[in-house]
Ligand binder design. Structure first.
Ligand SMILES: Nc1ncnc2c1ncn2[C@@H]1O[C@H](COP(=O)(O)OP(=O)(O)O)[C@@H](O)[C@H]1O
Ligand SMILES: [Mg+2]
Length: 329
């Protein structure tokens, strides 16, 4: 398959956004603030959550800096996927009043991350490949065949849930029964969320395949509405929450023992790893050229996925624009 054209946003345009990154917001007037690694969340009195997707980037569970336009790219991508999957799983999205903002229904979050994996890959301690490489042949209650190689497709996509880590701890992957025992969550809620995760993944795989991409693995979060319905929350199938590979080069590279061509956060992770950083100790400062290149790759990824050009909003003061779009001034 022929690669799509170059990204519609030039490196120069991305460079021009560098002085105007959205690193954090203070909109306490709209509700109680919770600062996540990537998103600033505000909970309103009337049951909505206003999620400001900032330009912060996390890797190895740490905030490692900002990338210009990343918040807009992620918001665009997550919204696109929510529209494409509404028939498969209901989601929390209500509206998108600003390129960096999603207004969603406030839910009670389920204490589990539903990870779905279609390939034997990964490099962090929670990854299926690292377990397999150590000789383990069972992962989250699934038996794994002998003789598999790194990056090989699994016989079928596996649900490998993990508990949500708090305060900088790493997530722990576990079987359904272990998660139920550890979290005391309602088994029917777990099963409803697990079914939706598998259906969402299937839809994600199909849409990615149409674009010459492989949805390798991903993570979903679920919440319960005040009416008691389980809905998908947070974001789905973005380069932050998922791993994507190019389908056209996968077989050849796998056959030659090379890493697949990927277009997710891998670019930034590899740069950090090349500086010896794997999550502990002081964080190397991302040089501007790496930040611009990383954003350029996010644009490539998202345009390829959506099959549409991404139109950046180049505001000198993004927080002021957000305030206006939220009717705060
Ligand atoms: N509809 C929702 N209701 C309640 N919580 C939500 C909803 N959507 C997302 N969240 C939570 O909001 C936070 C989003 O910010 P993020 O930067 O991802 O934080 P974190 O560092 O905790 O992952 C997450 O903790 C996520 O679980
Ligand atoms: Mg998160």
């Amino acid at each position: 398959m022929v690669r799509c054209g170059v990204p519609s946003v030039s490196r120069e345009t991305i460079q021009s956004a560098l002085p105007h990154v959205l690193s954090s917001t203070h909109l306490e007037a709209i509700g109680a603030r919770y600062e996540g690694k990537v998103r600033d969340n505000y909970t309103t009195q009337d049951g909505r959550r206003i999620i400001v997707v900032t330009d912060r980037i996390s890797a190895f569970d740490r905030i490692i800096g900002t990338l210009p336009l990343k918040g807009q790219l992620l918001t665009t991508c997550a919204n696109w996927w929510f529209e494409q999957t509404r028939d498969v799983a209901p989601n929390h999205l209500l509206s998108m009043p600003d390129p960096n903002v999603m207004i969603v229904r406030e839910c009670r979050t389920l204490p589990v991350e539903m990870v779905v994996r279609a390939y034997l890959t990964g490099s962090t301690s929670t990854s299926i490949w690292v377990h397999y490489e150590r000789g383990e042949r069972s992962f989250c209650g699934h038996k794994l065949p002998n003789g598999m190689r790194k990056h090989e497709r699994l016989p079928k996509p596996l649900l490998t849930p993990s508990t949500k880590a708090h305060d900088g701890a790493h997530d722990v992957s576990a079987s359904r029964d272990q998660i139920l025992a550890a979290t005391k969550m309602n088994p029917a809620d777990f099963d409803a969320a697990a079914d939706m995760a598998m259906s969402l993944f299937k839809r994600g795989q199909q849409l990615c395949a149409d674009r010459g991409l492989i949805l390798v693995d991903t993570k979903y979060e679920f919440g319960k509405t005040p009416e008691g319905d389980i809905v998908v929350i947070d974001e789905i199938h973005t380069p932050d929450s998922s791993r994507f590979w190019f389908a056209d080069t996968y077989e050849d590279r796998f056959g030659s023992g090379l890493d697949p061509e990927s277009f997710d956060k891998e670019y930034v992770r590899r740069w950090l790893a090349s500086r010896g950083f794997r999550g502990d100790g002081s964080i190397p400062t991302l040089p501007d050229e790496i930040r611009v290149e990383a954003t350029y790759r996010y644009v490539e990824a998202i345009e390829r996925l959506m099959g549409e050009n991404f139109r950046p909003h180049l505001s000198a003061e993004p927080e002021a624009r957000i305030r206006r779009n939220l009717g705060l001034e």
